[in-house]
Ligand binder design. Structure first.
Ligand SMILES: Cc1cc2nc3c(=O)[nH]c(=O)nc-3n(C[C@H](O)[C@H](O)[C@H](O)COP(=O)(O)O)c2cc1C
Length: 385
Protein backbone atom coordinates (compact mmCIF):
# COMPACT_ATOMS: atom_id res chain seq x y z
CA UNK A 1 0.00 0.00 0.00
CA UNK A 2 1.44 3.41 -0.86
CA UNK A 3 1.53 6.35 1.57
CA UNK A 4 -1.47 8.12 0.08
CA UNK A 5 -3.57 4.99 0.49
CA UNK A 6 -2.37 4.53 4.10
CA UNK A 7 -3.36 8.12 4.88
CA UNK A 8 -6.69 7.72 3.14
CA UNK A 9 -7.53 4.75 5.38
CA UNK A 10 -7.26 6.89 8.52
CA UNK A 11 -10.54 8.48 7.46
CA UNK A 12 -12.30 5.16 6.93
CA UNK A 13 -14.84 3.82 9.38
CA UNK A 14 -13.39 1.91 12.33
CA UNK A 15 -15.42 -1.11 13.37
CA UNK A 16 -15.03 -3.45 16.29
CA UNK A 17 -17.90 -5.35 17.87
CA UNK A 18 -17.88 -3.08 20.93
CA UNK A 19 -16.86 0.20 19.34
CA UNK A 20 -17.51 1.83 16.01
CA UNK A 21 -16.23 5.23 14.93
CA UNK A 22 -16.39 7.27 11.72
CA UNK A 23 -12.58 7.46 11.61
CA UNK A 24 -9.41 6.87 13.66
CA UNK A 25 -9.16 10.37 15.12
CA UNK A 26 -9.93 11.06 18.77
CA UNK A 27 -9.97 14.30 20.73
CA UNK A 28 -7.96 13.41 23.84
CA UNK A 29 -9.43 14.52 27.20
CA UNK A 30 -8.95 18.25 27.65
CA UNK A 31 -9.99 20.31 30.67
CA UNK A 32 -11.13 23.63 29.28
CA UNK A 33 -11.96 25.44 32.51
CA UNK A 34 -15.60 25.95 31.62
CA UNK A 35 -17.82 24.53 34.38
CA UNK A 36 -19.59 26.22 37.29
CA UNK A 37 -17.34 26.11 40.35
CA UNK A 38 -20.22 25.74 42.81
CA UNK A 39 -22.31 23.06 41.13
CA UNK A 40 -19.89 21.42 38.68
CA UNK A 41 -22.42 22.07 35.89
CA UNK A 42 -20.96 22.12 32.42
CA UNK A 43 -21.40 25.42 30.57
CA UNK A 44 -22.96 26.08 27.19
CA UNK A 45 -19.57 27.39 26.02
CA UNK A 46 -17.90 24.10 26.94
CA UNK A 47 -20.56 22.14 25.06
CA UNK A 48 -20.05 24.42 22.09
CA UNK A 49 -16.30 23.64 22.10
CA UNK A 50 -17.08 19.93 21.90
CA UNK A 51 -19.60 20.54 19.13
CA UNK A 52 -17.00 22.44 17.09
CA UNK A 53 -14.54 19.56 17.31
CA UNK A 54 -17.22 17.00 16.37
CA UNK A 55 -18.37 19.20 13.49
CA UNK A 56 -14.70 19.52 12.56
CA UNK A 57 -14.49 15.81 11.85
CA UNK A 58 -13.05 14.08 14.95
CA UNK A 59 -14.67 10.65 15.12
CA UNK A 60 -14.54 10.33 18.90
CA UNK A 61 -14.37 12.94 21.65
CA UNK A 62 -13.16 12.27 25.17
CA UNK A 63 -14.41 14.95 27.54
CA UNK A 64 -12.16 16.83 29.93
CA UNK A 65 -11.83 15.21 33.33
CA UNK A 66 -15.01 15.13 35.42
CA UNK A 67 -14.75 14.66 39.18
CA UNK A 68 -16.59 11.72 40.74
CA UNK A 69 -17.02 13.26 44.22
CA UNK A 70 -16.42 16.73 45.68
CA UNK A 71 -13.20 15.55 47.36
CA UNK A 72 -12.01 14.19 44.00
CA UNK A 73 -12.14 17.61 42.30
CA UNK A 74 -8.73 18.87 41.18
CA UNK A 75 -9.08 21.92 39.02
CA UNK A 76 -10.90 25.20 38.90
CA UNK A 77 -14.12 25.09 36.91
CA UNK A 78 -13.77 21.34 36.49
CA UNK A 79 -16.90 19.54 35.36
CA UNK A 80 -18.52 17.22 37.96
CA UNK A 81 -20.30 13.93 37.53
CA UNK A 82 -20.76 13.54 41.28
CA UNK A 83 -24.55 13.60 41.49
CA UNK A 84 -27.56 12.68 39.38
CA UNK A 85 -28.25 16.34 38.64
CA UNK A 86 -25.32 16.21 36.24
CA UNK A 87 -26.73 13.41 34.05
CA UNK A 88 -28.42 16.10 32.00
CA UNK A 89 -24.96 17.58 31.26
CA UNK A 90 -23.98 14.30 29.64
CA UNK A 91 -27.24 14.29 27.66
CA UNK A 92 -26.60 17.80 26.39
CA UNK A 93 -23.06 16.89 25.43
CA UNK A 94 -23.88 13.57 23.81
CA UNK A 95 -26.80 15.05 21.86
CA UNK A 96 -24.43 17.66 20.38
CA UNK A 97 -21.61 15.24 19.63
CA UNK A 98 -23.87 12.51 18.23
CA UNK A 99 -25.48 15.05 15.93
CA UNK A 100 -22.26 14.98 13.90
CA UNK A 101 -21.96 11.18 14.02
CA UNK A 102 -19.09 11.24 16.53
CA UNK A 103 -18.75 9.23 19.76
CA UNK A 104 -18.65 10.64 23.26
CA UNK A 105 -16.45 9.10 25.94
CA UNK A 106 -16.65 10.73 29.38
CA UNK A 107 -13.42 10.92 31.35
CA UNK A 108 -13.94 10.40 35.10
CA UNK A 109 -11.30 11.23 37.65
CA UNK A 110 -10.39 11.48 41.32
CA UNK A 111 -7.52 13.88 41.86
CA UNK A 112 -6.46 12.70 45.33
CA UNK A 113 -3.75 15.07 46.56
CA UNK A 114 -3.30 16.68 43.14
CA UNK A 115 -5.52 19.75 43.41
CA UNK A 116 -5.20 23.41 42.75
CA UNK A 117 -4.77 25.30 46.04
CA UNK A 118 -8.01 27.22 45.55
CA UNK A 119 -9.92 23.92 45.22
CA UNK A 120 -8.24 22.35 48.25
CA UNK A 121 -8.70 25.39 50.48
CA UNK A 122 -10.99 24.68 53.42
CA UNK A 123 -11.53 21.02 52.39
CA UNK A 124 -9.94 17.70 53.29
CA UNK A 125 -7.67 16.40 50.58
CA UNK A 126 -6.95 12.68 50.47
CA UNK A 127 -4.10 10.56 49.16
CA UNK A 128 -2.93 6.95 49.54
CA UNK A 129 -0.66 7.57 52.52
CA UNK A 130 -0.87 11.26 53.44
CA UNK A 131 1.64 14.06 53.02
CA UNK A 132 1.70 16.68 50.29
CA UNK A 133 1.50 15.77 46.60
CA UNK A 134 4.75 16.60 44.75
CA UNK A 135 3.10 19.56 42.98
CA UNK A 136 1.10 20.90 45.96
CA UNK A 137 2.01 22.62 49.20
CA UNK A 138 -0.91 21.46 51.38
CA UNK A 139 -1.12 18.29 53.46
CA UNK A 140 -3.39 15.33 52.70
CA UNK A 141 -5.19 12.72 54.82
CA UNK A 142 -4.43 9.02 54.23
CA UNK A 143 -7.35 7.05 52.83
CA UNK A 144 -8.88 4.31 54.99
CA UNK A 145 -9.98 1.02 53.39
CA UNK A 146 -13.56 2.22 53.77
CA UNK A 147 -12.64 5.41 51.86
CA UNK A 148 -11.07 3.31 49.09
CA UNK A 149 -14.25 1.24 48.85
CA UNK A 150 -16.26 4.46 48.53
CA UNK A 151 -13.97 5.72 45.76
CA UNK A 152 -14.64 2.56 43.71
CA UNK A 153 -18.38 3.06 44.30
CA UNK A 154 -18.14 6.74 43.32
CA UNK A 155 -16.41 5.79 40.04
CA UNK A 156 -19.18 3.24 39.40
CA UNK A 157 -21.93 5.78 40.11
CA UNK A 158 -20.31 8.40 37.86
CA UNK A 159 -19.89 5.85 35.05
CA UNK A 160 -23.56 4.92 35.32
CA UNK A 161 -24.48 8.61 35.07
CA UNK A 162 -22.41 8.81 31.87
CA UNK A 163 -24.27 5.80 30.50
CA UNK A 164 -27.68 7.17 31.48
CA UNK A 165 -26.81 10.46 29.79
CA UNK A 166 -26.17 8.66 26.49
CA UNK A 167 -22.37 8.56 26.34
CA UNK A 168 -20.65 5.74 24.46
CA UNK A 169 -18.28 4.89 27.28
CA UNK A 170 -16.07 6.18 30.05
CA UNK A 171 -12.36 6.69 30.36
CA UNK A 172 -11.07 6.26 33.90
CA UNK A 173 -8.16 8.62 34.46
CA UNK A 174 -5.36 6.42 35.73
CA UNK A 175 -2.43 8.68 34.90
CA UNK A 176 -0.75 12.09 34.97
CA UNK A 177 -0.33 12.23 38.77
CA UNK A 178 -3.98 12.03 39.83
CA UNK A 179 -5.16 9.65 42.58
CA UNK A 180 -4.65 6.39 40.71
CA UNK A 181 -1.09 7.34 39.76
CA UNK A 182 -0.52 8.22 43.40
CA UNK A 183 -1.48 4.63 44.32
CA UNK A 184 0.71 3.11 41.60
CA UNK A 185 3.74 5.26 42.38
CA UNK A 186 6.21 3.59 44.77
CA UNK A 187 7.60 7.01 45.67
CA UNK A 188 4.20 8.43 46.71
CA UNK A 189 2.38 5.35 48.02
CA UNK A 190 3.90 4.37 51.37
CA UNK A 191 1.06 2.16 52.61
CA UNK A 192 1.94 -1.11 54.32
CA UNK A 193 -1.40 -2.87 53.74
CA UNK A 194 -2.69 -4.65 50.62
CA UNK A 195 -2.81 -1.33 48.70
CA UNK A 196 0.92 -0.56 49.05
CA UNK A 197 4.28 -2.23 48.47
CA UNK A 198 4.52 -4.77 45.62
CA UNK A 199 3.20 -3.95 42.16
CA UNK A 200 0.16 -6.17 42.57
CA UNK A 201 -0.86 -4.24 45.69
CA UNK A 202 -0.28 -0.83 44.11
CA UNK A 203 -2.49 -1.98 41.19
CA UNK A 204 -5.31 -3.20 43.43
CA UNK A 205 -7.42 -0.02 43.41
CA UNK A 206 -7.43 -0.04 39.58
CA UNK A 207 -8.80 -3.60 39.58
CA UNK A 208 -11.43 -2.84 42.20
CA UNK A 209 -12.60 0.22 40.28
CA UNK A 210 -12.81 -1.77 37.03
CA UNK A 211 -14.84 -4.48 38.73
CA UNK A 212 -17.20 -2.02 40.41
CA UNK A 213 -17.68 0.04 37.25
CA UNK A 214 -18.33 -3.07 35.14
CA UNK A 215 -20.94 -4.29 37.61
CA UNK A 216 -22.59 -0.90 37.46
CA UNK A 217 -22.65 -0.31 33.67
CA UNK A 218 -22.87 -3.90 32.38
CA UNK A 219 -21.03 -5.54 29.50
CA UNK A 220 -22.09 -3.35 26.60
CA UNK A 221 -20.55 -0.09 27.66
CA UNK A 222 -16.95 0.87 26.95
CA UNK A 223 -14.58 1.16 29.89
CA UNK A 224 -11.21 2.64 28.94
CA UNK A 225 -8.31 3.54 31.20
CA UNK A 226 -5.82 6.31 30.50
CA UNK A 227 -2.47 5.21 31.86
CA UNK A 228 0.86 6.99 32.25
CA UNK A 229 3.01 4.06 31.20
CA UNK A 230 6.08 5.54 32.94
CA UNK A 231 5.93 7.94 35.87
CA UNK A 232 8.85 9.90 34.45
CA UNK A 233 10.72 10.52 37.71
CA UNK A 234 13.96 9.06 39.05
CA UNK A 235 12.32 7.16 41.92
CA UNK A 236 9.03 6.53 40.19
CA UNK A 237 7.76 3.45 38.39
CA UNK A 238 9.18 2.62 34.96
CA UNK A 239 7.61 1.51 31.68
CA UNK A 240 7.92 -2.21 32.50
CA UNK A 241 5.58 -1.76 35.45
CA UNK A 242 3.23 0.56 33.54
CA UNK A 243 2.89 -2.02 30.76
CA UNK A 244 2.20 -4.75 33.32
CA UNK A 245 -0.55 -2.64 34.89
CA UNK A 246 -2.17 -1.85 31.53
CA UNK A 247 -1.91 -5.47 30.37
CA UNK A 248 -3.57 -6.71 33.59
CA UNK A 249 -6.43 -4.26 33.05
CA UNK A 250 -6.92 -5.68 29.56
CA UNK A 251 -6.83 -9.20 30.98
CA UNK A 252 -9.47 -8.22 33.53
CA UNK A 253 -11.81 -6.92 30.85
CA UNK A 254 -11.07 -3.23 30.20
CA UNK A 255 -12.27 -2.40 26.67
CA UNK A 256 -9.46 -0.02 25.91
CA UNK A 257 -6.21 1.49 27.13
CA UNK A 258 -5.26 5.02 26.26
CA UNK A 259 -1.47 5.11 26.27
CA UNK A 260 0.06 8.26 27.71
CA UNK A 261 3.14 8.81 29.81
CA UNK A 262 4.70 11.12 32.37
CA UNK A 263 3.23 13.06 35.26
CA UNK A 264 2.60 16.62 36.33
CA UNK A 265 5.67 16.45 38.61
CA UNK A 266 8.12 14.80 36.21
CA UNK A 267 9.57 18.01 34.75
CA UNK A 268 9.20 19.52 31.31
CA UNK A 269 10.77 16.58 29.47
CA UNK A 270 8.47 13.97 31.01
CA UNK A 271 5.30 15.99 31.11
CA UNK A 272 2.37 14.30 29.32
CA UNK A 273 1.86 17.42 27.15
CA UNK A 274 5.34 17.26 25.67
CA UNK A 275 6.88 20.63 24.81
CA UNK A 276 8.00 21.52 21.31
CA UNK A 277 6.95 18.40 19.40
CA UNK A 278 8.16 18.73 15.85
CA UNK A 279 6.07 17.20 13.06
CA UNK A 280 7.82 14.28 11.40
CA UNK A 281 10.81 14.53 13.74
CA UNK A 282 9.82 14.05 17.37
CA UNK A 283 6.26 12.85 17.03
CA UNK A 284 4.60 9.99 18.89
CA UNK A 285 7.13 9.60 21.73
CA UNK A 286 4.97 6.93 23.46
CA UNK A 287 4.46 4.78 20.37
CA UNK A 288 6.76 2.01 21.62
CA UNK A 289 4.57 1.53 24.68
CA UNK A 290 1.46 1.21 22.53
CA UNK A 291 3.21 -1.30 20.26
CA UNK A 292 4.12 -3.48 23.21
CA UNK A 293 0.67 -3.26 24.73
CA UNK A 294 -1.03 -4.09 21.45
CA UNK A 295 0.44 -7.60 21.72
CA UNK A 296 -1.50 -8.04 25.00
CA UNK A 297 -4.85 -6.89 23.58
CA UNK A 298 -7.50 -9.16 22.12
CA UNK A 299 -9.01 -8.36 18.72
CA UNK A 300 -11.91 -6.58 20.36
CA UNK A 301 -9.83 -4.40 22.71
CA UNK A 302 -8.69 -0.98 21.65
CA UNK A 303 -5.31 0.66 22.09
CA UNK A 304 -5.47 4.44 21.81
CA UNK A 305 -2.24 6.38 21.50
CA UNK A 306 -2.02 9.94 22.84
CA UNK A 307 0.81 12.43 22.97
CA UNK A 308 2.65 14.40 20.30
CA UNK A 309 0.78 13.19 17.20
CA UNK A 310 1.02 15.94 14.62
CA UNK A 311 1.10 14.75 11.01
CA UNK A 312 -0.76 12.37 8.72
CA UNK A 313 2.22 10.34 7.41
CA UNK A 314 3.36 9.48 10.95
CA UNK A 315 -0.17 8.56 12.02
CA UNK A 316 -0.74 6.49 8.88
CA UNK A 317 2.41 4.52 9.64
CA UNK A 318 1.32 3.93 13.25
CA UNK A 319 -1.94 2.38 12.07
CA UNK A 320 -0.39 0.49 9.17
CA UNK A 321 2.27 -1.04 11.43
CA UNK A 322 -0.40 -2.17 13.92
CA UNK A 323 1.04 0.01 16.72
CA UNK A 324 -2.38 1.25 17.88
CA UNK A 325 -6.02 1.39 16.84
CA UNK A 326 -6.99 5.00 17.47
CA UNK A 327 -5.02 8.27 17.40
CA UNK A 328 -5.74 10.88 20.05
CA UNK A 329 -4.74 14.54 20.14
CA UNK A 330 -5.43 17.34 22.59
CA UNK A 331 -3.56 20.55 21.81
CA UNK A 332 -3.99 20.33 18.01
CA UNK A 333 -7.77 20.53 18.51
CA UNK A 334 -7.42 23.57 20.77
CA UNK A 335 -5.63 25.30 17.90
CA UNK A 336 -7.74 23.84 15.11
CA UNK A 337 -11.14 22.38 16.06
CA UNK A 338 -11.74 21.60 12.37
CA UNK A 339 -8.39 19.88 11.90
CA UNK A 340 -9.77 16.57 10.63
CA UNK A 341 -11.94 18.20 7.98
CA UNK A 342 -9.01 20.36 6.91
CA UNK A 343 -6.88 17.23 6.55
CA UNK A 344 -9.54 15.31 4.70
CA UNK A 345 -10.77 17.99 2.40
CA UNK A 346 -8.12 20.51 1.57
CA UNK A 347 -4.77 20.74 3.27
CA UNK A 348 -2.84 17.75 4.57
CA UNK A 349 -0.02 19.69 6.19
CA UNK A 350 0.68 18.97 9.89
CA UNK A 351 -1.33 20.65 12.60
CA UNK A 352 -0.49 24.30 13.23
CA UNK A 353 -0.08 23.49 16.96
CA UNK A 354 3.53 24.08 17.99
CA UNK A 355 3.18 22.33 21.38
CA UNK A 356 4.14 25.49 23.27
CA UNK A 357 1.64 24.90 26.14
CA UNK A 358 0.52 28.53 26.03
CA UNK A 359 -3.01 27.06 26.16
CA UNK A 360 -2.56 26.10 29.82
CA UNK A 361 -1.83 29.70 30.72
CA UNK A 362 -4.96 31.03 29.05
CA UNK A 363 -7.11 29.53 31.85
CA UNK A 364 -5.47 31.82 34.39
CA UNK A 365 -8.31 34.31 34.85
CA UNK A 366 -10.97 31.62 34.71
CA UNK A 367 -11.19 32.09 30.97
CA UNK A 368 -11.93 29.14 28.73
CA UNK A 369 -8.79 27.41 27.45
CA UNK A 370 -7.69 29.14 24.28
CA UNK A 371 -4.80 29.15 21.81
CA UNK A 372 -2.92 32.07 20.27
CA UNK A 373 -3.12 30.36 16.87
CA UNK A 374 -6.88 30.00 17.15
CA UNK A 375 -7.20 33.63 18.22
CA UNK A 376 -5.26 34.68 15.12
CA UNK A 377 -7.59 32.58 12.99
CA UNK A 378 -10.67 34.10 14.57
CA UNK A 379 -9.32 37.56 13.92
CA UNK A 380 -8.47 36.70 10.32
CA UNK A 381 -4.72 36.90 10.90
CA UNK A 382 -3.88 33.25 10.41
CA UNK A 383 -1.26 32.33 7.88
CA UNK A 384 -1.32 28.55 8.07
CA UNK A 385 2.17 27.33 8.90
C1 LIG B 1 -5.26 22.45 28.31
C2 LIG B 1 -5.09 20.97 28.50
C3 LIG B 1 -5.98 20.29 29.33
C4 LIG B 1 -5.83 18.90 29.52
N1 LIG B 1 -6.76 18.23 30.26
C5 LIG B 1 -6.68 16.88 30.38
C6 LIG B 1 -7.71 16.15 31.04
O1 LIG B 1 -8.72 16.69 31.50
N2 LIG B 1 -7.54 14.80 31.13
C7 LIG B 1 -6.45 14.16 30.59
O2 LIG B 1 -6.35 12.94 30.68
N3 LIG B 1 -5.48 14.84 29.94
C8 LIG B 1 -5.59 16.16 29.80
N4 LIG B 1 -4.65 16.84 29.07
C9 LIG B 1 -3.57 16.06 28.43
C10 LIG B 1 -3.95 15.64 27.01
O3 LIG B 1 -5.11 14.86 26.97
C11 LIG B 1 -2.81 14.84 26.32
O4 LIG B 1 -2.59 13.65 27.05
C12 LIG B 1 -1.52 15.63 26.21
O5 LIG B 1 -1.71 17.00 25.99
C13 LIG B 1 -0.65 15.08 25.06
O6 LIG B 1 -1.36 15.15 23.86
P1 LIG B 1 -1.08 16.30 22.74
O7 LIG B 1 0.39 16.25 22.45
O8 LIG B 1 -1.91 15.89 21.57
O9 LIG B 1 -1.50 17.59 23.34
C14 LIG B 1 -4.77 18.21 28.87
C15 LIG B 1 -3.89 18.91 28.05
C16 LIG B 1 -4.05 20.26 27.84
C17 LIG B 1 -3.12 20.97 26.90
Amino acid sequence: MDNAEKIHRLFDRFERPSFKAPNRFVRSATWICGADDDTGEISAAEIQKHAEIAAGGAGTLITGLAFISPEGKSLRREWGLHNDGRISDVSRLSDEVHKYGSNLIVQICHGGGQREASVAEGNFSFSPSGGPHPTCSFDTTPLSKKDIRKIAEDFAAAALRAKKGGADGVEIHGGHGFLLTQFFSPSINKRDDEYGGPLENRSRIFYEILEEVRTSVGDNFNIWFKISIAEGTENGYGADDGIKLAASLLKRGADGINVSSGTSYAGAMNYPSILGVSAGESEAPFAEYARELKTCASENQIIILTGGLRSLPVMAELIDSGTCDLLAMSRPFIAEPDLINRWREEDSRPTACISCNACFKTAKDNKLIDCPILRDRNEGNWDPL
